[in-house]
Design a protein around this ligand. Structure first.
Ligand code: SF4
Length: 469
């Protein structure tokens, strides 16, 4: 048994990051068995699940859409907010009942929650029936961890709290035939005071440019139309490598592969360089859609959050991007109710929203995360106040989503058609500026980038018709 340890997880040394290569000589563990995986949280987790699916299928397991009739159920968890925690524990409650009826059911837990000391202590005492647990650093060891648990018929917990390495060659079963995630950097060294990610994902470590470009070239050959370059803070790409290249050089190289669309998430404003803005403006296949989390409009709160920029610095960057890339859509993340946030601080957030008029915003109520610096701050803002602020903020951001969408009515936009909307029964896709658009059309255009004329706008989506001109 190997358990998580926050002291180890916090360490940051200058030790060189090892690059390992995936190998697996176990092949038949899952023959005749089915698996189901539930994924919580960010795109990083979604992509990890794509790796997990491929590893399980390499072992012989086949996918089952229904967890209730699967032989193996794996929860790939998220720690970012209390809500994600509660969802995973709620699911564990349902699985407990299933396991009581079917003792052969294999249940596993992985992802960020597995890296939390508190969660593992709870699993050790209250969830003894879980078969195996592994963390974010040893996802590639899944075949061995699973074999150990099944062979010994004992619970296997293997969670490393270390700075982390890079493992190339992990198999992947992509969810889409047109859009692909490509990791470019793992971990984070920013230690924003509210965030648990630096503890759960380890230190900032970039993949080599050659490995990333090779992966994108293969995707181009396979007919993919879009890549999303992934990392907790993609703008820090290369800073740990000392090879003399960073995000702007990487973007340029990826652009030259000829992949029709490039996106990247998530950007920390502190690391966003002028060079990056120039590269995005220059290359047509780098999409003009930038996610730029602000978190708060109050410089006092930003300081308490450890965000390393003031409101004014954020606004300068925001306007610089808008001037250089006028059609750019900019989205953001905002936390309300951070400890000690006053009405005045919150008003500054509203003022910033009124100035930036974001195209999209993910808004949250602050929830303390175990072992983070902010969790030790005195929090006198009541839940009712936080809820009220969230409500007010949401009303405001929605006005600007609609206003921005309205501006597109009558224009023709490039759309990557992704499929048929389950709800509407018509085609849907995303514009270059990352807006969802629904329209009538023949399914032969799925997987293609086509011109669509915007006919009307809603708060969170557009309606359109194929522009045949
Ligand atoms: S930069 Fe992002 S991932 Fe890193 S600590 Fe801050 S919020 Fe967390």
């Amino acid at each position: 048994m190997k358990l998580p340890n926050y002291v180890e997880a916090r360490k940051r040394t200058k030790d060189k990051v090892e690059i390992e290569h995936y190998s697996n000589d176990i092949k038949d563990l899952g023959i005749g068995k089915t698996y189901h995986i539930k994924t919580y949280g960010c795109q990083m987790n979604e992509h990890d699940s794509e790796n997990i699916k491929a590893m399980l299928e390499e072992l012989g397991f086949t996918y089952n859409d229904d967890y209730q009739t699967s032989d193996l159920v794996l929860l790939n968890t998220c720690s970012i907010r209390e809500n994600a925690h509660n969802k995973a524990f709620g699911m564990l409650g349902r699985l407990k009942h299933l396991k009581e009826e079917n003792h052969n059911l294999i249940v596993g837990l992985c992802g960020c929650m597995a890296q939390e000391e508190g969660v593992i202590n709870e699993i050790l005492t209250k969830y003894k029936w879980i078969n195996f647990v592994f963390g974010t650093h040893n996802l590639y060891r899944l075949p061995y961890i699973l074999k150990e648990a099944l062979d010994k018929n004992e619970r296997e917990i293997e969670v490393f709290s270390r700075e982390g390495n890079i493992v190339e060659g992990i198999p992947v079963k992509r969810d889409s035939k047109y859009k692909a995630y490509v990791n470019i950097i793992y971990g984070c060294d920013k230690f924003c005071t509210y965030c648990i990610v630096p503890f759960t994902r380890g230190k900032q470590r970039s993949r080599l440019k050659e490995d990333i470009v090779r992966e994108v070239e293969e995707l181009v050959k396979d007919g993919y139309k879009e890549v999303t370059l992934l990392g907790q803070n993609v703008n820090a790409y290369g800073k740990d490598l000392s090879l003399g290249y960073g995000m702007e050089e990487l973007l340029e190289e990826v652009s030259k592969t000829g992949i029709p669309r490039i996106r990247f998430v998530t950007s920390h404003p502190w690391d966003f360089t002028d060079g990056m803005i120039d590269v995005i403006a220059k290359y047509k296949n780098i999409m003009p859609a930038i996610h730029l989390p602000v978190q708060s409009g109050s410089s006092r709160i930003l300081k308490l959050m450890g965000r390393r920029y003031t409101k004014e610095e954020y606004l300068t960057l925001f306007h610089k991007i808008k001037e250089r890339i006028p059609n750019a859509s900019i989205s953001t993340d905002i936390i309300v109710g951070f400890p000690s946030e006053t009405e005045e601080d919150f008003k500054e957030t509203l003022d910033l929203v009124n100035e930036c008029k974001f195209d999209n915003a993910f808004t949250f109520i602050y929830s303390p995360r175990e072992n983070t610096a902010a969790a030790r701050l005195k929090d006198e803002v009541t839940l009712a106040e936080k809820e009220e602020r969230l409500h007010e903020l949401n009303d405001l951001v929605n006005i600007y989503f609609k206003e921005n969408n309205d501006k597109l009515v009558g224009t023709t936009v490039p759309v990557l058609v992704e499929g048929v909307s389950e709800k509407k029964g018509i085609l849907f896709g995303y514009t270059d500026t990352n807006k969802l658009i629904n329209f009538e059309g023949d399914s032969s255009v799925i997987g293609k980038i086509i011109d669509v004329k915007v006919t009307s706008a809603k708060t969170w989506s557009l309606d359109g018709e194929i522009d045949e001109r």
